[in-house]
Design a binder for this molecule. Structure first.
Ligand code: NI
Length: 217
């Protein structure tokens, strides 16, 4: 089994596992993140095999859909990788990427860093921005039964990880609590450039949203 076979098997495993996933966290999200990650990796010195596995497996069992359980994704991924020709060291690195890739509120501290994590994280963050990011955010809000917007409920910028995970705030608040913060958190030059364009698009989207809300346009 060579590396391209491992990637092929991983693609199949992820597709099958996410067959009934929510629209913003389904196989197509993984495909976009995978493609973004490969693009970003071109500008970095990184182990492409780790980047590809990390991107493909990063949402294999997202805590948001498993009652907040953060251990299930890493566990499922390592069980799968142990059936493939992947060294112990490589499995450990991919698991660290899965554990550290996601955003859980502005106060959450990280304690693992690698170039490969930075690339997968940027690729995942890009998919939270721009037109796709907006679509995914409202889809997830609908999935959770949240209001679109409520002018009475202010965004909370200092949530702990637990508060962030338990939040029931209107979807528009999520722009301020996460999406608009991402461009300044990008790790790579390629990621930052794309993030800035998508950020501007979201700002103009919000302007239009409020003017329609107020009946001005
Ligand atoms: Ni993701």
């Amino acid at each position: 089994m060579n590396r391209s076979e491992v990637i092929k098997n991983t693609l199949e495993f992820v597709k099958k596992t996410l067959a009934n996933a929510e629209g913003g966290h389904d196989w197509f999200h993984i495909q976009r993140v995978y493609n973004n990650a490969k693009l970003i990796a071109k500008g970095e010195k990184a182990d492409l095999f780790i980047v590809e596995l990390g991107a493909l497996l990063h949402d294999i069992a997202d805590y948001k859909f498993h009652n907040g359980d953060e251990s299930r994704g890493p566990q499922l991924a390592s069980e799968f990788l142990n059936t493939q020709k992947v060294s112990e060291e490589e499995v450990a690195h991919v698991i660290k990427i899965i554990e550290n890739v996601s955003f859980k509120g502005g106060k959450e501290k990280k304690n693992f860093y690698s170039t490969e994590l930075k690339i997968v994280q940027d690729a995942d963050r890009l998919d939270a921005l721009g037109a796709i990011g907006i679509a995914r955010t409202f889809n997830y809000g609908g999935f959770k039964g949240r209001a679109l917007y409520d002018p009475e409920i202010e965004p909370n910028l200092n949530m702990t990880k637990e508060e962030y995970k338990a939040s029931t705030a209107p979807t528009i608040n999520h722009f301020y609590e996460k999406l608009l913060l991402l461009k300044d958190l990008m790790n790579t030059e390629t990621g930052r450039k794309i993030a800035e364009e998508r950020h501007r698009f979201m700002e103009s989207y919000l302007q239009q949203f409020y003017s329609e809300w107020d009946g001005l346009a």
